[in-house]
Design a binder for this molecule. Sequence first.
Ligand code: FAD
Length: 299
Amino acid sequence: MEYVVSARIAQLQVIDPGEIRRIQLELPQDMEIDGRRYVLSDTMRPGTAFLAKPWGSRTDKSRRRMYTRSNASSHEPGLLETFINHTHRPQADTSIWWQSEEPDYWHKIGKTLDIRVTLDEMHGVASVYENTTVCKESNLRLEPDGDWEKRQLVCIAFGTGITPFLSYMRHIVHRQVKKKNEEHRGSITLIASVRHAGQLMLHQELMEMAQQFPQYFRYIPVLTRSWPSSWPFLKGRIIRTNVLASGEEHIDLRPLLEIGLDLSLSDLRVCGSVAACRQLQQGLKEQNISPLSQRMESW
Ligand SMILES: Cc1cc2nc3c(=O)[nH]c(=O)nc-3n(C[C@H](O)[C@H](O)[C@H](O)COP(=O)(O)OP(=O)(O)OC[C@H]3O[C@@H](n4cnc5c(N)ncnc54)[C@H](O)[C@@H]3O)c2cc1C
């Protein structure tokens, strides 16, 4: 039996019109199932996804879709934030709906969206369902507290693939502030690649975090298609593909390597399209670069 809780659309923000939206869903404090009250608990780990039931524009019915959370339960419990892009795939269904005016109407009239929860009957608790409870190479669930602090994480995000890493950053900043800037050896470098400046997600917040905690965070935004003349960060694709005369594909990682990170001493985390993740993996293999650990997720 699958249980759901009704969440209110608390905020909808257009990042890039028709392409990317920021969504916040607010959960109630408690819910009722079969006449029994359950307290809502939100302990989602950074890097995991929740399951929502948005509307499908193509199929004209409610669909089940996973979204990686971009804020952190430690910081904002009960508020599920994510960034959703239009996939432009022939099968695109809910991703079109999110970019339409329909969610704005739902927001206006207070229409709710179902979010999957798991029930703990014994304690009367309903917890927000998360897509994975273990750290694997194929997911981006953040390592337990006490573990990530020892790592030099290099996180590469393509488009809305930034969502798990936004959650990492917010969780880590929240912990740092709570622990009064207790020293640790770990660090995070976030490389966020999007097409143009209008697609940057939480750019200002990330700049401020990097300024506040320069010993822990490095933020490197990349614009691949167009950029303002004054753009001080990276321009163009960080991973390039060259098709050789033989038809063989060669991956050029030079733009990424020129950033000056020692990937072989890093814990590499990547989130983006299947093609981007595959190209990066192939490029690392061609260059004989083996990060200390490597975890990738694509949707
Ligand atoms: C763990 C996880 C986290 C995610 N996080 C985000 C996020 O943060 N932001 C974001 O924008 N997206 C995220 N996604 C992708 C998101 O869930 C949707 O898949 C995406 O928005 C596209 O939705 P869609 O309805 O337009 O099309 P699709 O999900 O591509 O589905 C279109 C249609 O194709 C069918 N279909 C899809 N895949 C298959 C298949 N393999 N075999 C057969 N039929 C199939 C579906 O049933 C549907 O009818 C995540 C996905 C996963 C699994």
